[in-house]
Design a protein around this ligand. Structure first.
Ligand code: GLV
Length: 336
């Protein structure tokens, strides 16, 4: 085992990540490549000031890639991994690793780890925030304020509601805990269907549709895998009670977008709070933008915090050098 394996950071905030890692791992050789966007990961070809332009930058990138044993990245564009012949381990800066696992360029022997960040807390705040916003009717009161209208609406309580959560892992579980603390009845779905303390009823990969008729709100927090893509289809949406609030913080592909649009247009769904989409950024002319029951956020439900991710990565790097098992390793067969 090389005692100082080379690291390549590839990220929109590549330089900041590199500096945070160098503070934590002063002896590790770490190079950074800055990406232009989160969505494609396309590299910015910028060379240090004193060096000549793009050609030089391209050769620096090629060197950083070919010598790196370890990659820390959110997303890299196609063609990148094929230039990383020394690669042994990828740590993804986010929770979902689907885009790496789907790449035909990632050799089967390369280890993949994901980050935990504070994603569980962030997601739980996002979900609770949007649920309370809808139940209290914050938006309606804001509108009434504009017309100086003193008018009361019904005030349903979260404590009287049932929330179904698909995916009871590091994102879904903290959300479940937050909701039960507020008195909501929580149902959940996990692959095995095995019980989870504090959750009223847990459904499995085969029985999950039975949960839907009981849900006043449905939260999608499962990873994107071959099993989960398209799972929220016409049938699943129809099985939800009229007026259900759907919240997706996982991946757009888990929901059939056409079926979703229909369910919103007909009013069968009360609202859809959507942080993720089939295509990101959501195209400017996408019908979801103008759908009044859709609440759109630009994939911000759980942002990666550099200091937190750098701590996690440094810890795993030390384990890697020591030959210890890495934390948050992904089972590539299972897909998460
Ligand atoms: C964000 O989508 C993540 O997977 O962390």
């Amino acid at each position: 085992m090389n005692k100082t394996p080379r690291v390549c950071v590839w990220h929109v905030q590549g330089d900041t990540y590199r500096d945070a890692l160098r503070e934590r791992l002063p002896d590790a050789p770490i190079e950074a490549i800055n990406a232009a966007t989160h969505e494609t990961g396309e590299a910015v070809l910028s060379a240090p000031d004193s060096r000549p332009g793009a050609d030089h930058a391209a050769s620096l990138i090629a060197d950083a890639l070919s010598s790196a044993e370890i990659l820390l990245a959110w997303k890299v564009p196609p063609g990148t991994l094929t230039n990383m012949s020394a690669l042994r381990w990828v740590q993804v800066t986010g929770a979902g690793v689907d885009h790496f696992l789907e790449s035909t360029e990632l050799p089967a022997t390369v280890l993949v780890t994901r980050s935990l960040g504070r994603f569980g807390i962030q997601i739980s705040e996002y979900v609770v925030g949007y649920l309370l916003h809808h139940l209290i009717g914050i938006n309606t009161y804001r509108e009434k304020q504009r017309s100086h209208e003193w008018a009361r609406n019904e005030r349903p309580l979260l404590a009287d509601r049932t929330v179904g959560i698909i995916g009871l892992g590091s994102l879904g579980l903290p959300t479940a805990t937050a909701l039960t603390t507020l008195g909501a009845r929580v149902l959940g779905v996990r692959h095995s269907g095995l019980a989870v303390p504090g959750i009223d009823d847990v459904f499995s990969a085969t029985s999950w549709r039975n949960m839907l008729p009981a849900c006043d709100a449905l939260v999608i927090a499962a990873p994107k895998t071959v099993e989960t893509v398209g799972m929220i289809d016409h049938g699943a949406l129809d099985a939800l009670p009229e007026g259900t609030i759907l919240i997706n913080i996982s991946r757009g592909e888990l929901i059939d977008e056409d079926a979703l649009l229909e369910a919103l247009e007909s009013g069968h769904l009360g609202a859809a709070v959507l942080d993720v989409f089939d295509t990101e950024p959501l195209p400017e002319d996408h019908p979801l933008w103008d759908q009044s029951r859709a609440w759109i956020t630009p994939h911000i439900a759980a942002p990666s915090e550099i200091e937190v991710i750098a701590d996690e990565f440094a810890n795993n790097y030390r384990r890697y050098v020591a030959g210890d098992p890495l934390l948050n390793a992904v089972d590539r067969g299972r897909g998460y």
